[in-house]
Design a binder for this molecule. Structure first.
Ligand code: SF4
Length: 348
C-alpha cells in the first residue's frame, strides 16, 4: 500500500483514497478535538486557493495533509459555487504539479498510467538541444493540451513517432496538472446532501466571507488607484471579466490585455497575479512574458496592444460602443474616457 507520505503529496490518487477508507473516520468524528488540525488544514487549503490561486505543500504532517484533502473538497462542494470549484481544482492541481516536478520519470509515468490511463512511455532522447523524457499517445496528448493557446502545444508543432508525441519532463507534468485539475473539479462539483455538524458549518461561513471579499478583489484585481476601471474599452472589459472568472483567453487576447494594463500603469507583478486563475498558468513563464511586454527584458521595448482594426480582424473587438466609433486604438479609448470621467467628477 502507498505510504502516508506519498498519499499526502497526491491525495487525489486512488491509492490515497483507499488509504483513507482504511482509516474509517466519519463526519461526526471530525468534530473531536484531536481532528482540529485536520479541519484547520482543510479550511486553509480552500482559503489558500481563493487568496493565492495555489494550495501550499503543507507536508509537515502527512496524515493531516492527507485527511484534509477530502475535507477541503467537501467544503468546496457544499459552497455550491462554480467559480470556487474551478479555482480550488486549479490551485490543488498547481500544488500537485510543483510536487511532481521533483519526482523521477518512472514515478511520473506510473501516476499517469495508473491513475489516468495514459499511454505513456519513459523514453529519453536528445534532439535539437532539447531533452525529451516521454512518449505520449497523441489521443492522450490532445485531450489534455486542447486548452493551451501557445503554438508549441499544437500537434502540428510536435515531434511524433508512430502516433506518440515526444514530451519533456516539464511538459508531461504540465499535462498531468490538467488531468488532476479535471479530476478534482469533478470531485468538488459533486452535489451531496450532508448534515454538517455546527463546527464545520462555522468554517463554511468563514470561507463564504473570504470568498465574497476576494471575489470583488479578483474582479477589480488590485487596480492601482490611478487606473480608472470605468474607462476600460469594451474589448478589455470583456477579456478582463473572462480572465477573472477563470475563463480562457486566446493568445492575442492575453497579449492585448497584458499590454493594455502595462500601458495604463499597472505593475507587472499585479498583472501576473491577474493571470493566476488561468488553467494553464505557469508563473515563471507568465512573469517572463509580462516583463517582456513591459520592456523590462529582451529588446527593452514596451509593447502596446493592437489597434482596433487588428482587433476586429482577430474577432476580439467585443461590444463596441459609441465612443469606439471615434477612436482607432483601445488606449485612445481609455485616455478619452478617463478624461471625460475626470471632468465630470470635477463638475459635481
Ligand atoms: S473599437 Fe477598439 S476600443 Fe472599441 S471595443 Fe473594439 S477594439 Fe476595443
Amino acid at each position: 500500500m502507498i505510504s502516508e507520505r506519498e498519499a499526502s503529496k497526491y491525495p487525489f490518487l486512488k491509492e490515497a483514497a483507499s488509504l483513507l477508507e482504511h482509516l474509517e473516520i466519519d463526519l461526526e468524528d471530525l468534530t473531536e478535538q484531536r481532528y482540529g488540525p485536520i479541519l484547520d488544514r482543510g479550511e486553509e487549503r480552500v482559503i489558500q486557493a481563493i487568496r493565492y490561486g495555489v494550495v501550499g505543500e503543507g507536508l509537515s504532517d502527512d496524515l493531516a495533509e492527507l485527511l484534509s484533502f477530502p475535507i477541503a473538497v467537501m467544503l468546496v462542494s457544499m459552497m455550491r459555487d462554480p467559480f470556487l470549484e474551478k479555482r480550488y481544482a486549479l490551485a490543488e492541481a498547481v500544488r500537485a504539479r510543483r510536487l511532481l516536478e521533483s519526482e523521477d520519470e518512472g514515478r511520473i509515468a506510473e501516476i499517469a498510467i495508473r491513475e489516468f490511463g495514459w499511454r505513456i512511455r519513459v523514453q529519453r532522447r536528445e534532439m535539437d538541444d532539447t531533452i525529451y523524457s516521454f512518449e505520449l499517445h497523441f489521443v492522450d496528448y490532445l485531450r489534455n493540451s486542447s486548452s493551451f493557446r501557445e503554438d508549441k502545444w499544437r500537434l502540428i508543432n510536435r515531434i511524433l513517432t508512430e502516433g506518440y508525441v515526444l514530451l519533456t519532463k516539464a511538459e508531461a507534468v504540465r499535462l498531468l496538472q490538467v488531468e488532476a485539475e479535471e479530476f478534482i473539479s469533478r470531485l468538488s462539483s459533486r452535489r451531496v446532501e450532508l448534515n454538517l455538524p455546527e463546527p464545520i458549518m462555522k468554517r463554511l461561513e468563514r470561507i463564504k466571507r473570504i470568498l465574497d471579499e476576494s471575489r470583488s478583489r479578483l474582479g477589480e484585481l488590485a487596480l492601482p488607484p490611478e487606473v480608472i476601471h470605468e474607462a476600460f474599452p469594451p474589448c478589455i472589459v470583456h477579456s478582463y471579466r473572462t480572465l477573472t472568472a477563470g475563463g480562457r483567453l486566446s493568445h492575442i487576447e492575453r497579449f492585448t490585455l497584458a499590454s493594455f494594463l502595462v500601458n495604463i500603469g499597472m505593475e507587472p507583478e499585479r498583472i501576473v497575479q491577474l493571470f493566476v486563475s488561468t488553467s494553464d498558468f505557469n508563473e515563471g513563464l507568465t512573469r517572463y512574458q509580462i516583463e517582456h511586454i513591459s520592456g523590462l527584458r529582451g529588446s527593452r521595448t514596451r509593447y502596446t496592444p493592437p489597434n482596433c482594426m487588428t482587433m476586429r480582424t482577430h474577432g476580439i473587438c467585443h461590444n463596441p460602443d459609441n465612443l469606439c466609433g471615434k477612436v482607432k486604438h483601445p488606449l485612445s479609448y481609455y485616455r478619452r474616457k478617463a478624461s471625460e470621467l475626470r471632468k465630470s467628477s470635477k463638475m459635481r
